[in-house]
Design a protein around this ligand. Structure first.
Ligand code: G3P
Length: 216
């Protein structure tokens, strides 16, 4: 399973990258706005900087919502760096745009997936990645990981090639359950990745080894 970090914060991207286990970055308009990135030039420069830090797939989301606008905007984003993945929302025009990018050799990430039906459509259009938002499904009173399981089963039976990119991860347990459910990628906040390190018995065991090492 690949690990992406889900942020536009450069310090966190650097910290995750230094762990040596990072395969890519996902951003969205909310994450970019949180970092105060405003205007076309600043947005493009920010993506360039992220591409310089991480050698992996970098999702850059279109801001438009009509077919022709998404194609034009996506072409500009894809021209920033060969590692840019054009992130397109799961809407009717988005499916048309994903098909256009597929036919023209540009990789895509179909975002805002909340059902297996949406995942099937995105795969049919040739999306490189599809992003089910599991934390937001949990927030609505269902179990987001069950959707990952369902999509994984359908893609295997049907031979769909899109990679399942579990998004809206809120904690380390989400990552473990997504790995078990067949996600190809988890995009996570830094805290959730670091949460995988934690176990009290590791801390107790290490303290004892350090203490005993003084007697050696
Ligand atoms: O990148 C999209 C997704 O991960 C958003 O997560 O926490 O805003 O639901 P969240």
């Amino acid at each position: 399973m690949k690990f992406f970090i889900d942020t536009a914060n450069l310090a966190q991207i650097r910290e995750a990258n230094e762990l040596g286990i990072l395969d890519g970055v996902t951003t969205n308009p909310s994450l970019m706005a949180k970092e105060g990135i405003k205007g076309e030039e600043a947005i493009i420069n920010h993506y360039k900087t992220i591409c310089d830090i991480v050698d992996g797939d970098i999702s850059a989301e279109v801001l438009s919502t009509t077919y022709l606008e998404m194609v034009e905007e996506g072409k500009k984003l894809a021209a920033i760096h060969p590692n840019i993945i054009v992130k397109i929302p799961m809407i009717k025009d988005g499916i048309k745009a994903i098909k256009w990018f597929t036919d023209n050799g540009i990789k895509t990430n179909c975002t805002l997936i909340f059902s297996a039906g949406q995942a099937i459509l995105a795969a049919k259009a040739g999306a490189t990645y599809i992003s089910p938002f599991i934390g937001r499904i949990d927030d609505s009173g269902w179990d987001g990981v069950l959707l990952i399981e369902q999509i994984s089963k359908i893609y295997k039976i049907q031979g769909f090639k899109s990679e399942i990119l579990a998004a809206s991860i809120r904690n380390a347990n989400h990552i473990i359950r997504c790995a078990e459910a067949g996600a190809n990628v988890c995009t996570c906040p830094l805290d959730s990745i670091l949460g995988l390190l934690k176990h009290p018995l590791t801390d107790i065991g290490l303290a004892k080894f350090i203490e005993d090492s003084k007697k050696m």
